[in-house]
Design a protein around this ligand. Structure first.
Ligand SMILES: NC(=O)c1ccc[n+]([C@@H]2O[C@H](COP(=O)([O-])OP(=O)(O)OC[C@H]3O[C@@H](n4cnc5c(N)ncnc54)[C@H](O)[C@@H]3O)[C@@H](O)[C@H]2O)c1
Length: 307
């Protein structure tokens, strides 16, 4: 198939592009390299250095005869979305709507969307949250993802554009950017390798559902192979506190540095954990990499790529 991966120079998108190419698909990547890196772009992909909102994207979709759009390009910082909700909406809502319009006019058959289970449910009423859990995002980032999910329903009903929404937990693994303000595992690996103190926001008892990037990539493969549309959580169903995570990383790194605490962030929920029954039943997906194995892999990656 001819697949467009937006954000294909980024942490997750680049590894999704690699996996599609490995399976024999023809992959086109659109990325503005705002956070993505050229060296992550698979040399077998056709690469366009462009913003998703650029008018040239319509021509690319038409010219490359795109059948599937896998949409990973986004403004990904919750913190920045709180500071500038308009910029977040321009990128994550308007940018995606433009893509959807191009998809319809070029006869694209399928749209896979990287959404968030970590930010869409807000403070959860029950644990783990399934896909029917009330959605009360506490940040503009979560709101923009939820808004796009609504538009996807509209495009499916109105234009017959089939879509698969993947609501990720906290994705971690090789290639994650350690210089952002999110991605605690990448940040802590980087700091430990520099003998710097890991800084925990709040008391460290907040929980997240950490899912390894290789497992997330498999969900993206299944999304196009199983031909089943809908909304699916992509998580482990397990909660881990930042304190537990820090202890594991210190052990793996063989470090005795003491982490310190900084004030917590009001817009981040206390606990997050995703029910994965629906994706197990419908897309034959379940996580295969344990947190411990994923942490070892991630730490090794950062050790080998310190520059
Ligand atoms: N990392 C996570 O834990 C997580 C969790 C839930 C959802 N997601 C979603 O997964 C997707 C990928 O996230 P990631 O963690 O790999 O982040 P990332 O920053 O590594 O990847 C995003 C990529 O998109 C590109 N990009 C950003 N805005 C663009 C634009 N307007 N036009 C073209 N390219 C643009 C960036 O250069 C980058 O290569 C995002 O949609 C994100 O919201 C990530």
């Amino acid at each position: 198939m001819n697949i467009l991966v937006t954000g294909g120079a980024g942490f997750i998108g680049s590894q999704v592009a690699d996996a599609y190419i490995e399976k024999g698909h023809d992959v086109v990547i659109i990325d503005n390299l705002s956070t993505g890196r050229k060296e992550f772009i698979n040399p077998k992909a056709v690469f366009y250095n462009a913003d998703i909102a650029d008018p040239s994207v319509a021509e690319v979709i038409e010219k490359e005869n795109i059948q599937v759009i896998n949409h990973h390009a986004a403004q990904i910082s919750v913190h920045d979305s709180v500071k500038d909700p308009v910029a977040d909406a321009n990128s994550n809502i308007i940018g995606t709507l433009l893509l959807l319009q191009h998809a319809v006019s070029s006869g694209v058959g399928k749209f896979v969307f990287a959404s968030t289970g970590g930010a869409i449910y807000g403070e959860q009423d029950c644990f783990p949250a399934d896909e029917e859990h009330p959605q009360k995002p506490s940040s503009p980032y979560g709101l923009s993802k939820l808004t796009v999910e609504g538009y996807l329903r509209f495009y499916q009903e109105q234009h017959g554009l089939s879509s698969t929404v993947l609501r990720y937990g906290n994705v971690f693994g090789p290639r994650q950017n350690p210089r952002g303000e999110a991605g605690v595992i990448a940040i802590f690996c980087d700091r430990l390798l520099k003998d710097q103190t890991p800084v925990i926001n709040g008391d460290g008892e907040q929980t997240r559902d950490y899912v390894f990037v290789g497992d997330v990539v498999r969900a993206n493969l299944n999304a196009i192979e199983q031909n089943s549309s809908g909304i699916f959580n992509v998580g482990t169903g397990l909660e881990t506190t930042v304190n537990e995570l820090t202890r594991s990383l210190l052990r793996i790194a063989g470090s005795d540095i003491l982490a310190k605490n900084a004030p917590g962030r009001g817009y981040e929920q206390r606990r997050s954990c995703l029910d994965n029954k629906k994706i197990k039943d419908s897309l034959d997906w379940e996580p295969r990499v344990s947190l411990e194995d994923g942490l070892v892999d991630t730490y090794e990656f950062f050790k080998n790529h310190q520059n």
